[in-house]
Write a protein of this length. Sequence first.
Length: 738
Amino acid sequence: MLEADRPTPAVEALDGVPGDESGDVTVHDDDLEGLLAFRRLDLLLARGVEAARRRYGPEAASDSYRGLYVTEEQAQRALRSPVAEPLVAGRPVAPLVPQWNRIAADNPRWMWLRNRYDLTEVELDVVLIALGPDVDRRYEQLYGYLQDDVSARRATVNLALDLLTTSPSERLAAMRIFAADGPLVRHGIVSLRADRRVDDPPLIARLIAVDEQVTASLLGHHGLDRRLGDACRLVVPGSRTSGVGQAGPDLRLEGLQSLVRSAWGRTPVRLCFHGPSGTGRRRTALALGERLDRQVLLVAGPVLAGDPAAVPDLLRLALRQAELEDALVYLEDAEVLLQMPGQVGPDVLVAALAAHPGVVVLGTAQPWTPSRHQPLGVIGVAFSAPGASDRRGVWRREVGAAGASAAPADLAAVGDQFRLSPRQIRDAALTTAGEAKLRQPPRSSSALRLTRRDLFAAARSQSGHELTAFARRVRPVHGWDDLVVPEEADSQLRELAARVEHRTLVMDEWGFTSRLPGGRGVTALFAGPPGTGKTMAASVIAAELGLDLFAIDLSTVVSKYIGETEKNLSRVFGAAADSDAILLFDEADALFGKRSEVRDAHDRYANVEIAYLLQRMEEYDGLAILATNLRHHIDEAFLRRLHVIVDFPFPDTAERLRIWQSCLPRSLPLDDGVDLPAMAHHRLAGGNIRNVVLGAAYLAAQAGRPIGQAEFVAATRRELQKMGKLLTETGPDPPADG
């Protein structure tokens, strides 16, 4: 501890300085602008030093080890002292000068703290005492002396009570300042920390620490609090990082600007920008900040929610940062906070918003209104994905901005087929233009021209990423000429492709969307034995339309537990919502194999699952195909809900010969003695024939010669063995349903 006969420079500076008429010690008026509060702290500590000398007794002046041990005389004096007696008890204390009104007028940051949290002068003094060591280390020495402990460098609750109260009753009453529901602790202005040398110390022994965000503000430091660095970003109006595109903000911006400008600084405003990702929610929030000439604090909801236990504190810090910067808040992807377990997320968010006096914009996919138990006015603003005509215009603009051009028909086609947001279209245009430039010869002076294939490939790359967790992407490699099906099935498949290609014209421009129930999607059933071309047909349609094809194995989705199948299907369709892909639900027998005739409770629930699948297929804004081997197991009521039903019968001999011929690549070395008509007599479906051709190719490669009849026969034998048949089984074709 400090030796009383050798005071620190800080004590010497206060000791013997002339006092004013009230008897208070005065300090020369040469402190820095905005630091007037520390003059008050110096005077407060000078008064405490004088009282400490009286309390510690005359031996303190000559004891160089005071504060390291306790003498018998000190123990006796402690026993004689009244309980809860403050350090300055027993003497009338004049008001400290400067007073808080003058300090607040000198420093607007102290003014903000006092007014924002309605703090009393004693509470402000507590903050000031705790703040001292963060400004000047001489306060550490003074606090060690006043607390009679050489290692006590920070203010404790006990020291604050010693300095700020003058009687036991006043001291006990002042302890309420440090209660959990008091403004200092409740609002995170200060925290009460345990001394690392003591486990679970009592309240009066806890150290008082000012939150570092509040400290930075009171000292005039600017910038984001370090704890917000991962989740937040301040965007200055007009900066290159503002992200406000040349296309300009939404037409509703004028109304939003008027609303927010009239309420700023007077009434809290909470807005919920809801709609699909990429529809301009963040861009509009940034444009609003730019119109108002205000900074925008971008808060990433998913990052904030990374540590659920820290969400309340981080939310408070983020919103207080916005207050300190006088900024508008945009909470992006706020639904992750609302979807936290139980009511924790909504309650935490509502509590934080209710305490914030400024403007907060929430970005969510779906509208959000707090429950009736959470009174909070939220104004919803809907953002919808652009329609087909708007998408065409965006494609034209963005392709031109990327320094390229494309045929109007191609731009219209990609705008019709892919429901991309403006941001996704911009990214796709930049991507495909960049790839086209790489393909151009060096120093080429020709204009950059994008093909329909370029545009469709770039559009596909913007969506479907979430589906890969639930489905297998099928790479289309076949065309109509490769597909061997009866003429009727071929016509139906081409009509199905035309439905998807022209749905924007028929449903939107011709007005059928408003006349028909359900969505704009197309549903189909492909029925037939395994290997008859159901998956290939879906692949051919995908190639024709330039769309992705995802195959979902229903056998992995169906669950024996009630409700789980619907949950799994909901996840699949949720991931596919904005993909524009063709969905092929393969192995549908896992669901329809339960039969749709109701005989017991299990059949009844199986029908509930089937109905739910068909409902989600109808709502899906794209082509959804069911593939099944058991059409006769499906109730007619379910079949009526499908737009197109295509039967894939087992191929006859002539069709099998066409399949054999289509499976042989042009570059395949083929022996002259190969008899494909003879091979077509074997009862093999198209999938089996493809396996045979590939197996024969490997046998020929191993033998080092062209593929001959022997290789085809050997590979056929292996394939029939897998099916449990003999090579001699070449009789009449089986019935269509296997």
